[in-house]
Write a protein that binds this ligand. Structure first.
Ligand code: HEC
Length: 183
């Protein structure tokens, strides 16, 4: 319980960081284990459409804006209806887009979403939230999903499989997907 409260505090702090003149370092990192046991090559066969699951590689991939290649984007930047800090825009990878078009309600391994966090602006990406399905089944607590959120785009404030804070809220969605956008 104490850990959970700490995680919530860090989440709120992280959201507040963009408003503060000096961003406080988020000190709590939920799920500090590397997200996946197997390498990306073993997991996904090196598919460039799937974000790398290791923390540093994922952040580098985001900074290079690799999700702009082959992802389906929400039509515009819009205010988040969740606690994701101001304005957002979500991108779906090919596996997820195909699954949604086929009417699947449980997505295949490799399905991924990248959410750009704009906070108060509508033209400057400040951070990211990412989900990657790393197992065939999500499981009740979302262990099949890798969650990552970075409020400054360079450091992972949250990173891990089935992080309670993320998964509890996202479990209300279609296989943990909450955005109502459909490609
Ligand atoms: C209290 C609810 C809540 C919590 C907690 C939450 N989210 Fe979300 N999230 C949402 C909502 C609502 C959306 C739909 C898009 C929007 O309006 O921002 C969303 C969208 C997303 C998306 C785009 C894909 C989708 O499901 O629509 C990602 C990726 C994401 N969240 C990651 C995370 C991560 C990582 C965490 C934990 C650090 C987290 N979320 C915690 C409510 C939540």
């Amino acid at each position: 319980m104490r850990r959970r409260l700490g995680a919530v505090a860090a989440f709120v702090l992280g959201l507040a960081a963009w408003m503060a003149p000096v961003a406080p370092e988020a000190t709590v990192r939920a799920g500090s284990d590397e997200g996946c046991v197997a390498s990306d090559a073993l997991l996904f066969g090196g598919d460039a459409n799937i974000p790398p699951t290791k923390r540093k590689a994922m952040l580098a991939w985001l900074q290079e804006k690799r999700y702009l290649e082959g992802y389906v984007a929400e039509p515009a930047v819009h205010p988040s209806s969740g606690p994701h800090g101001g304005n957002v825009r979500t991108f779906f990878n090919t596996i997820l887009a195909e699954d949604l078009r086929a009417g699947r309600t449980s997505f295949r391994k490799g399905a991924a979403m990248v959410k750009e966090l704009y906070f108060g602006s509508t033209d400057t990406v400040r951070g990211y939230a990412v989900m990657v399905k790393v197992k065939k089944k999500a499981g009740a607590s979302g262990q099949g999903w890798l969650f990552m959120e970075s409020f400054n785009g360079t450091q992972a404030d949250f990173y891990g499989r089935g992080i309670g804070l993320c998964a509890d809220c996202h479990s209300a969605g279609t296989d943990f997907l909450l955005s109502e956008f459909r490609p």
